[in-house]
Write a protein that binds this ligand. Structure first.
Ligand SMILES: Nc1ncnc2c1ncn2[C@@H]1O[C@H](COP(=O)(O)OP(=O)(O)OP(=O)(O)O)[C@@H](O)[C@H]1O
Ligand SMILES: [Mg+2]
Length: 253
């Protein structure tokens, strides 16, 4: 059986194991011991900042952390990233863009994310499938069935254990993103404020529809306060419930 056949998150599979899962699935469980956390939200919400801070905290506790991003994160997907963010694919329509995002995601999942999770690593990813739901689905006006099909093919069973949604008024996020970068705005940054507000609502709708996986963080707070909250939101899912990994190993020996 493949991970995709189970269709659940890595954490859910581990939970099943602890509550007495069928022995035939032992091998599968041993392949699914990592933790997958995604960072979602609008432009300038602090996703990249908080991902770095969480990676530092977890690494300091002895966890093996991989940070990655979308679009991109693998050699194939990084090649597609430029096409998407430069706007080169825009004239071909939102369906074409959505398929390119899915192609990049599929490569990223199979080449980078799944192998890291199979090794038991903690994978932190800056944007993932929810960004496609919001940018191509909601504000791209693609039919939900089309977006769902692409998502299923691209993630192929690799669903985040936890998704942190950084919530911020669109004008604050855009102002932050502008201040940070002297370059020209990318394909998505240059859109109307109204579009960005719609995306904010769409991210909140996702969180409401999937409360087990998603947590919303008020991204207007100072970075250090947000970092503490993000750590708390991930801690409960860590192997050993957030105990430093080295002492967890000592305790077991
Ligand atoms: N909590 C915060 N309060 C104030 N400024 C912040 C906060 N978090 C991040 N910033 C600043 O806002 C800018 C955008 O942050 P960051 O790059 O982390 O956002 P992002 O969500 O990754 O944006 P993008 O979607 O454009 O990649 C940066 O200059 C960063 O230093
Ligand atoms: Mg970023």
């Amino acid at each position: 059986m493949t991970n995709a056949a189970l269709g659940g998150s890595f954490r859910q599979i581990n939970r099943l194991n602890r509550t007495g899962m069928h022995a035939d699935l032992e091998e599968l469980v041993s392949l699914t011991k990592g933790l997958f956390v995604t960072f979602e939200g609008g432009e300038g919400a602090g996703k990249s900042t908080q991902m770095r801070l969480l990676a530092d905290s977890l690494s300091a506790r002895g966890y093996d952390v991989l940070t990655t991003r979308e679009p991109g994160g693998s050699i194939g997907a990084e090649a597609v990233r430029h096409v998407l963010l430069s706007g080169a694919a825009e004239p071909f329509g939102v369906r074409m863009e959505a398929i390119l995002f899915a192609a990049a995601r599929s490569d990223h999942v199979e080449e980078v994310i799944r192998p890291a999770l199979e090794q038991g690593r903690i994978v932190l990813c800056d944007r993932f499938m929810d960004s496609s739901r919001v940018y191509q689905g909601v504000t791209g006006n693609l039919e939900p069935g089309f977006v769902e099909t692409l998502e299923r093919v691209a993630v192929n069973g690799v669903i985040p254990d936890r998704t942190i949604i950084f919530d911020l008024p669109a004008e604050v996020g855009l102002e932050r993103a502008r201040r940070r970068s002297s370059e020209n705005p990318d394909r998505f940054e240059k859109e109307q404020l109204e579009t960005h507000e719609k995306r904010r609502e769409a991210f909140l709708d996702i969180a409401e529809a999937d409360p087990e996986r998603c947590r919303v963080v008020d991204a207007t707070h100072p970075p250090e306060a947000i970092a503490a909250e993000v750590l708390r939101l991930v801690e409960a899912l860590l192997p050993g419930n957030g105990e430093p990994q080295s002492s967890a190993v000592e305790a077991a020996s």
